[in-house]
Design a binder for this molecule. Sequence first.
Ligand SMILES: Nc1ncnc2c1ncn2[C@@H]1O[C@H](COP(=O)(O)OP(=O)(O)OP(=O)(O)O)[C@@H](O)[C@H]1O
Ligand SMILES: [Mg+2]
Length: 458
Amino acid sequence: MYGNKILIVDDEKQYLEVIKGILEQEGYQNVITESNPLNVMPFLQREEVDIILLDIYMPQMNGLDLLEQIYAQFPTIPVIVVTAVNEVEIALKAIKLGAYEFITKPPDTERLFLTIKRALGTKLLLTERDSLRKALTEKEPERKIFSDIITDSPLMFKVFELVEIFAPTNETVLISGETGTGKDLIARKIHDLSPRRNGPFVAVNLASISPTLFESELFGHKKGTFTGAGEDKIGYFEAANGGTIFLDEIGELPLELQGKLLRTIQYNEISRIGDPKPIKLDIRIISATNRDLLEAVKNKEFRADLYYRLNRGFIHLPPLRKRGDDVLILADYFLEIGNKTYDRNIQGFSEQVIHDLRTYDFPGNIRELENIILNAVAKASNSLYIESIDIPRITKEEEVRAIETGKLTTLEEAMEEHIMYVMNRMGNSVQKAAPVLGISERTLQRRLKKIRDKRRQE
Ligand SMILES: Nc1ncnc2c1ncn2[C@@H]1O[C@H](COP(=O)(O)OP(=O)(O)OP(=O)(O)O)[C@@H](O)[C@H]1O
Ligand SMILES: [Mg+2]
């Protein structure tokens, strides 16, 4: 028994009864029929419907116009267009206007059932996630301060707790986590929740500074100290005075400078290159790494004393694949952003995409998911939901590689395959296979010879 409410709209009352009967036999107990399309919009205002089967040619109103109205106001209700005329143009128009699927009358019942099931699946997933997000915001009203960090994972709630503990202090915090897990985001959050929130937040990616410029970039220099030092320059540390400096990829800091950083932390002062006079600073240091720093300490690539200085507070960000349903919640979140960015109105994801998102392991974590979804929204061909072809990177990796390297099956190869398959099924009889293939015996003989010649050469 299925409790889903199905609305069938068609001007032919007899047809309505037949389809209703078929659906009821299949177990759909909640089928409503409507022979006047003008009644449909008022009905939808009053009652919730899970799916609509819609005719196109009706005397009171064109089904396409009605489809447009339904889609504008209720974009999550899948509409299956069922019509007697099999016109490609109408079908395309219907799909463009947001129809879920186009089926010709009289509908093949198996196909109808399958389409309804699939459409209901999409709707289910859409609403499921809606309620998931609603529950999320209702459950954690006090978490408003973290509202820009989207999650429903207990591991992340632990992270929030740590942020709240460390933020008001002046201690160093080391954040670890794979690339794209939100280390930047968390560093900023600590700053924003700290008494320094009105001071500067200076983020420095140590991996992107050239080794010869390290010291000058971080600590500044006095004019004329070395070639190229044309002016006095303040470094990142001075720029962050009164606020927070975020040292990203701290594992990349050269050993010589590790000692200097250690002194900076110990004495709260720096000196510019070429200037012996130390400058007192009031700075909080947050650092981040995507490698195992302790391992680096063991290998003597990172000073142990500095490691412990930087590590007064420690936060580890779990990879996306360990955050349960977060992948779907985040996908939804980025879908909304994509819709705004690209001025689209895509409502959700196909079942297959949901499955693929759940199973893919996202080595690039949230950043990778963000890129994938924004890309998909920008170029999605279906106006209602994202399909597998829109996320080639995670669903069809093999196929994409095949396209890129030109290794897909050619038409010629597919034809050969099919000929050999039919021959096989027909007991290798040319007389029997030719009519099945729709070609003459002579043509088949010729093709077979060609195939055999070619295969002999290979
Ligand atoms: N929980 C989240 N909710 C919303 N957006 C997030 C979340 N986590 C990360 N992001 C977004 O994902 C992107 C990557 O995050 P971020 O730059 O903080 O990662 P990172 O760990 O610093 O990466 P890297 O190691 O490459 O520096 C950013 O655009 C960020 O805003
Ligand atoms: Mg980062």
